[in-house]
Write a protein that binds this ligand. Structure first.
Ligand SMILES: Cc1cc2nc3c(=O)[nH]c(=O)nc-3n(C[C@H](O)[C@H](O)[C@H](O)COP(=O)(O)OP(=O)(O)OC[C@H]3O[C@@H](n4cnc5c(N)ncnc54)[C@H](O)[C@@H]3O)c2cc1C
Length: 302
């Protein structure tokens, strides 16, 4: 039986592991894909305190190495259920394993919605980005497209317009769905062009490098290609928290409805990182949650 079972091996889960282990607890981290989480997709990360620049993959390796050096046990399996019976958590996986723990931290992260177009997966982190705060600087002096029309898309397009030569915003509806103020600020920018009622229908590449985005006017049916060096997608985020909703309440968008203390309605169950309701989803905020959740788990265990 483990003191703490952590589901999800991204920055939140692995930071939680470090804090739990340093407090003398036994820790198991279960990850379904690859350790490091979303950040592993980022070619360059420049906003981690104390680190001028690092590739997401290298940072991910360091995270897992640090946790394992401290004695974390790890399993590469997909958790499909968590139940609590007589004070013990039973964590079951798709692969058929069941692990027992005295406390559990869910650090499941979030999935960015994609457009589902051919070649999209291969271009993530290599022409396609989900985060202007993280990756906008890499497109300084270049042309980019922003797909989406909600608050995230507007904020990110505004940010990109400060560093990029041109930002083309592609919105499938007749208007933006984000705040009016943001929309007005964006429309006032000289280097921003907006295509309303346009669908993104294909990525254009040359030798594996993204060179354009193909768009289609949903009213006339006309198609055109806009030349871009990068495409930013802001078409929504997708938490994958439903299987655990009976233990920790979910908000209207499917995020764990937990505040800064990372506690849930189930004693001994904590949530951390991008999977919980919060405004800023970044490595530092995920790691901060991991630390808070781990210390809360230790207090519960003690
Ligand atoms: C391309 C890209 C670039 C980015 N660049 C930056 C940047 O420069 N700076 C920055 O601060 N942030 C950046 N971000 C955001 C940052 O990566 C996230 O905020 C951070 O990774 C969140 O950490 P997390 O641990 O909460 O979630 P995640 O990183 O999403 O990790 C969650 C982990 O849980 C696993 N998991 C989910 N469900 C299960 C399950 N049922 N069983 C087992 N495992 C499960 C997932 O596979 C995943 O590995 C970027 C994101 C992307 C996609």
């Amino acid at each position: 039986m483990y003191d703490i079972i952590i589901v999800g091996g991204g920055p939140a889960g692995l930071t939680a592991a470090v804090y739990g282990l340093r407090a003398g607890k036994t820790v198991l981290v279960i990850e379904k894909n690859s350790f490091g989480g979303q950040i592993a997709f980022s070619p360059k990360v420049e906003n981690i305190p104390g680190t001028i620049q690092i590739s997401g993959a290298e940072f991910a390796d360091k995270l897992v190495e640090q946790a394992m050096n401290l004695g974390a046990e790890v399993e590469l399996e997909k958790v499909v259920g968590v139940e609590k019976r007589e004070g013990v958590f039973f964590v079951s996986t798709e692969e058929g394993s069941t692990f027992e723990g005295r406390s559990v931290i869910l650090a499941l992260g979030v999935k960015h919605r994609m457009l589902g177009l051919p070649g999209e997966l291969e271009l993530i982190g290599n022409g396609i980005s989900f985060c202007a705060v993280c990756d906008g600087a890499f497109y300084t002096g270049q042309n980019v497209a922003m797909v989406g029309g909600g608050n995230s898309a507007l904020q990110e397009a505004l940010l990109l317009s400060e560093v990029c030569t041109k930002v083309t915003v592609v919105q499938n509806l007749a208007d933006f769905t984000g705040e009016k103020k943001l929309a007005q600020a964006l429309l006032a920018k000289e280097n921003v062009e907006v295509f309303f009622n346009h669908l993104s229908v294909g990525y254009v590449t040359e030798n594996g490098t993204l060179t354009g985005l193909q768009i289609k006017d949903s009213v006339t049916g006309n198609e055109k290609t806009i030349a871009v060096d990068g495409v930013f997608l802001a078409v929504g985020l997708m938490p994958e928290n439903e299987p655990f909703g009976h233990l920790a309440s979910l908000n209207d968008w499917g995020y764990f409805d937990s505040q800064e203390d990372c506690r849930t309605a189930t004693e001994g169950l904590f949530v951390a990182g991008d999977c919980r309701s919060k405004r800023i989803r970044q490595v530092v905020t995920a790691s901060a949650d991991g630390a808070v959740a781990a210390m809360a788990a230790c207090a519960y265990l003690d």
